[in-house]
Ligand binder design. Structure first.
Ligand SMILES: NC(=O)c1ccc[n+]([C@@H]2O[C@H](COP(=O)([O-])OP(=O)(O)OC[C@H]3O[C@@H](n4cnc5c(N)ncnc54)[C@H](OP(=O)(O)O)[C@@H]3O)[C@@H](O)[C@H]2O)c1
Length: 329
């Protein structure tokens, strides 16, 4: 089979497209999926640079999201049969086990779900990891009636997923995006107010006006860095910041007194917390929420398997939604 093999931890230059890789073997409770589409996540690159908390044996295959058709089932598999179209929920694929940037994938039966009605295959490949992450970020502080959510990096994979889910939960949504190029599309997807993270004074002023001085109740933050201190300034009382990523780099020192008077909570989000039944039940809730607002995942672009490096470069520039790789027709 063809597969992108990671042969070192020097970043994406350690990847090689190989044509003669043996198909993975499955155990009795696993299935073999012929992958049609895979989706990229920033964590794939981080793992190749040894910046992710997993160091799988080499060679490794990246790719944590994907969909395809079942080619073979193990003796004890009861939930699936050959020919079923499936998408992959959160599991070890692409982390400790070989992932979806490959023509075939061996996975335990419980990490699969059917392709949701009305979704095309690139959407099915793209959605699980970012929607599960966004779900955890939005629900870990409980829900706030008539609340406001601020999503940093709202145009990205997690950002767009958080936008859809937050609107379905009844929140008004403010987002940050650099520049104005993506405003029209983000407003169409349901954002109520868009701000440039490069202008913190303006960001504070606009949020104060939008929330009538109350501040935001939940922040879904993929950026951190210099922006973080401004995020603390725009919190409502007893609000929660869900830290997902650190695309803006380390957070410079800030005065923890900022947390005291509003009783601000800060908590990490780790999608790996969703596994097995927990992932399945969060996924059912996600599908219900999406149905409620009539939204489906936004795919920015689909690249061919040999264009993987261009696809990663596009992801780093800041896409609008998800970047998908066509593995097979
Ligand atoms: N904790 C977890 O379990 C978990 C799960 C999934 C993802 N993550 C992490 O969460 C982060 C976001 O993931 P994603 O899939 O949404 O990434 P993405 O698709 O690349 O989107 C991130 C968005 O953030 C903006 N951005 C990028 N770099 C920025 C910077 N330096 N300063 C300000 N804005 C910047 C860009 O939007 P504009 O160009 O529009 O500004 C970009 O589209 C990544 O670090 C990822 O590794 C963590």
């Amino acid at each position: 089979m063809r597969a992108w093999l990671l042969e070192g931890f020097d970043g994406l230059t350690s990847l090689r497209l190989a044509g003669d890789v043996p198909r993975p073997n499955i155990s009795v409770d696993e299935v073999l999926v012929r992958i049609r589409f895979a989706a990229l996540n920033p964590a794939d690159r981080f793992l190749s640079e040894k910046l992710y908390p997993a160091t799988p044996p080499l060679p490794h295959v990246l790719g944590r999201d994907g969909c395809g058709v079942i080619e073979e089932v193990g003796r004890d598999v009861t939930a699936w049969k050959v020919g079923d179209h499936v998408t992959l929920l959160r599991g070890e694929a692409g982390v400790q086990r070989w992932g979806t940037l490959s023509e075939f994938l061996a996975v335990p039966q419980e990490v699969l779900v059917p392709i949701p009605d009305g979704w095309d295959q690139p959407q099915a490949a793209a959605a699980p990891l970012v929607y599960l992450t966004a779900h955890q970020a939005l629900t870990q502080w409980g829900t706030v009636k008539d609340g406001v959510v601020l999503i940093t990096g709202i145009s990205g994979g997690v950002g767009m997923a958080a936008l859809h889910l937050a609107k379905a939960m009844g929140y008004r949504v403010i987002g940050t995006t650099r520049g104005t190029a993506k405003h029209e599309m983000l407003l169409e997807q349901g954002a109520d107010l868009l701000l440039d993270p490069a202008s913190p004074a303006n960001l504070k002023r606009e949020i104060k006006a939008f929330t009538e001085r109350k501040g935001v109740n939940v922040i879904v933050d993929s950026i951190g860095g210099k922006l973080f201190s401004t995020l603390l300034d725009v919190m409502a009382n007893k609000g929660g910041i869900s830290t997902i990523g650190a695309l803006g780099g380390p957070v410079p020192s800030f005065n923890t007194a900022k947390l005291i008077f509003k009783r601000t909570r800060i908590g990490g989000v780790y999608v790996n917390d969703y596994y097995g039944e927990r992932a399945q039940s969060a996924w059912s809730e996600i599908l219900e929420l999406l149905q409620k607002v009539g939204k489906t995942p936004v795919v920015d672009s689909v690249f061919s398997m040999i264009e993987l490096m261009e696809a990663f470069a596009h992801l780093e520039r800041g896409p609008t939604g998800k970047v998908v790789i066509r593995i097979a027709d």
